[in-house]
Write a new protein. Structure first.
Length: 395
């Protein structure tokens, strides 16, 4: 990333991609695709039993699970782990609103259908009046937080973000600001000539409550150079989260998969998150979702389906043994698949999401009311309970 002028030369799409990473051949499959019979079955069963018993999986074991194609077995094991961690028979959700304060962004990520480059006629920066109206509507609908995110705007510095937070907290002191993301924090620091630690400290003092884990995509630099070459590196993403956790802050971690990454790179992503969680304990939850290719410069890539989503979700639950919560993504998968996710490792249904624009820009637009989400959780066999950003029950 060129911080001085906020410009980055993007590689031609055709030169960067041949075909999607997709399902790679797992290490125990021969060239004809035939399973090496009973010994492989035993290996998989032993790995699943190990995870269910609460023993930590190695990355190699997680990769074997991700490549084994035994969806029902993965789901059964992940459900058993979730029942051990969350035995009381309820599954949670929350009510918030995703407010995008700007769509102007210098990053130019090939997977994004929402952002606009500086100077684009469709670029915007939200007014205080519109922002306050959205927050007031959220509170009226029972929401207790906003997810406040935007692009890497080249003209906004740290003082602008501090004032934004102060204005919100002055008007709505009860609202939690689940704000920005590691790429935004890294960008603000570069634009302001300040350290990551200083930026986070000042934003927290101004009213930032928790840090969303957006912009992670896949925490492998080969992948990041291919789909978001102007964005921060994997280690820089982790360093922002590390610094926030060391300040006492909490936040989420995410993974967007199903584009150009390999299965091994998905596991590397999970491994790096698990390592940081061992170090800081600052992540409240993990959320993964499949890449939505519509209206992006990667629209030629095939869209990952529910089987791939559920298997990756299940392996995430089995591997991330130090993450207390795993969230389903009904916004990208729809209510029915999200219901299945509650039996594939997820203990949380996510947010009612009064407003969502980034996924919707790809043409994927699922909507659900609080009543519908509660019904979906109940139909899956659980008691629906409302929670706050710290996963504390609030109903």
């Amino acid at each position: 990333m060129n911080h001085a002028g906020f410009h980055c030369r993007l590689p031609p799409v055709a030169a960067t991609f041949g075909k999607a990473g997709g399902w790679e051949r797992p290490p125990f499959v021969d060239k004809r695709g035939s399973l090496l019979a009973n010994s492989i079955e035993n290996i998989i069963e032993n790995i699943l039993a190990k995870a269910v018993a609460g023993q930590r999986l190695t990355p190699a074991e997680a990769l074997q699970l991700l490549g084994c194609r035994r969806l029902a077995s993965l789901g059964k094991a992940a459900d058993a782990v979730t029942a051990r961690l969350h035995p009381l028979g309820y599954r949670t959700y929350n009510v918030d609103r995703n407010i995008n304060y700007t769509n102007v962004c210098t990053s130019g990520c090939l997977f994004c259908a929402f952002s606009r480059p500086p100077g684009d006629a469709d670029g915007y920066l939200i007014s205080r009046d519109e922002l306050f109206q959205k927050i007031a509507e959220t509170i009226a609908l029972g929401g207790d937080q906003i997810l406040l995110q935007g692009g890497l705007h080249p003209q906004l510095d740290l003082r602008w973000y501090e004032q934004l937070l102060r204005d919100i907290k002055r008007q709505f002191p009860q609202i939690n600001i689940h704000g920005f993301s590691p790429p935004e924090i890294h960008h603000i620091a570069a634009a302001s000539g300040a350290s990551i630690e200083a930026v986070l400290g000042r934003l927290r003092e101004a009213g930032l409550g928790t840090l969303p884990g957006g912009g992670a995509e896949i925490l492998v630099d080969r992948v990041r150079r291919a789909i978001s070459p102007c964005k921060l590196s994997a280690e820089q993403w982790l360093q922002v989260c590390r610094a926030w956790h060391r300040l006492g802050g909490r936040g989420s971690a995410t993974m967007m998969f199903g584009h150009v990454e390999t299965l091994a790179e998905r596991i590397e992503h999970l491994y790096r998150l698990r390592q940081l969680q061992d170090e800081t304990g600052g992540f409240t939850a993990f959320i993964c979702w499949t890449f939505q290719p519509g209206n992006t410069r990667l629209a030629h890539l095939p869209k990952a389906g529910p089987v791939e989503y559920l298997s990756t979700l299940a392996v995430s639950r089995l591997f991330l043994d130090n993450f207390p919560n795993i969230q389903a993504s009904w916004v990208t998968q729809g209510l029915r698949v999200a219901q299945l996710a509650l039996r594939f490792g997820a203990n949380d249904f996510g947010s009612v999401m009064i407003e969502e624009n980034v996924v919707a820009a790809t043409g994927t637009s699922f909507r659900a009311s609080e009543k519908q989400i509660r019904a979906a959780i109940a139909q899956a066999g659980f008691i629906p309970r409302r929670r706050n950003v710290y996963y504390e029950l609030s109903d």
